[in-house]
Design a binder for this molecule. Sequence first.
Ligand SMILES: Cc1ncc(COP(=O)(O)O)c(C=O)c1O
Length: 378
Amino acid sequence: MNIYFDNAATTPLREEVISTISKVMEDCFGNPSSTHAFGRTAKTHVETARKGIAKLINAAPNEIIFTSGGTESDNMILHCAVKDLDVKRIISSSIEHHAILHATDAIAQLFGTKIDYVKTDSNGVIDLDDLESLLKNDQDKTLVSLMHVNNEIGNILDLVQVGNLCHQHNAYFHTDAVQGIGHFTFDMEQLPVDFLSAAAHKFHGPKGVGFSFVRKNTGLQPFIHGGSQERGLRAGTESVHNIVGMCKALELAYENLETERKKVLEVKTYFMEQIRILYPEVQFNGMCDDLVHSTYTLVNIALPIPKDKALMLDFHLDLNGIACSKGSACQSGSQSGSHVLKSVRSERNEDWPSLRFSFSILNSREEVDQLIKVLRDF
Ligand SMILES: Cc1ncc(COP(=O)(O)O)c(C=O)c1O
């Protein structure tokens, strides 16, 4: 039996999404920029998807810019804020995804932008007093970029609180909501968020497509230069089938949000209960055992397993058909270990192996039972 507990890395496509994508691929190959009927049909697909996605998060259609996914959306917002909005300083945190951290490093090199990192505590919680003093103590035009749901430890950021703080200090607020969109509701008309990044493959949509939310009249200029697609902001022929598939995936995610949230949360709580029975000393990294301040979709645990034996743990799980992640998937194969866990882990469990298990509607309690059995045999 193969068990997939790595949904924060990517999610399987829903069947309805696959058939929607296949149908567009079969029926509509036109280039949305062409003015003939083939092109117009493709354009209609793209614009219908834009309206659909905008409606689901209560944004205006022209606030949705299609991209190739989370990484591009993050890079686009950070670069354009500096390039076009006179931003001289970015405040972020050390527990962001590398799509933010490496982009800010590159921006600092390219433009001489100042990068500040807000303090986080031992559970990875953003220190809002520190954020406030950073905002107060520098008058340079600032963009704050803090993620909504942490992809490794699941902490949820209060977007209203942070956004209001940013706006009180005349700073822009961007949130990487790659792990939040499709799992939580968003009302962009109400949220004090200027920019947001999303990726379809985290909510049972296709890979290689995502979107940026860019609040109306912010004044961003092109990030990728070329044709006039995406109102000139992001050139390149649109991936029509993927865009339509993303919209379908988001529609299904929000249509079923409450029932599916309940089901996934049940798997997470059952997992926590069972792992505590098997390893009473287990430690939960970050806030993931706090069901209010962490996402219902993941847990990140440190297990009391000796260092030499721990080396075999991944192999043992993989051999037994269980897929989970050491840190975040983007880092598997990297020797350096997770920068997020380094920031948050306590002294005590420094040597314990950490694993991230992330769940979706396709998981069940029976799969948790199977995992526990495999761990018991280790
Ligand atoms: C929080 C977060 N931001 C950005 C990304 C990058 O998204 P993509 O893989 O679509 O480029 C990921 C993917 O793991 C993520 O979890």
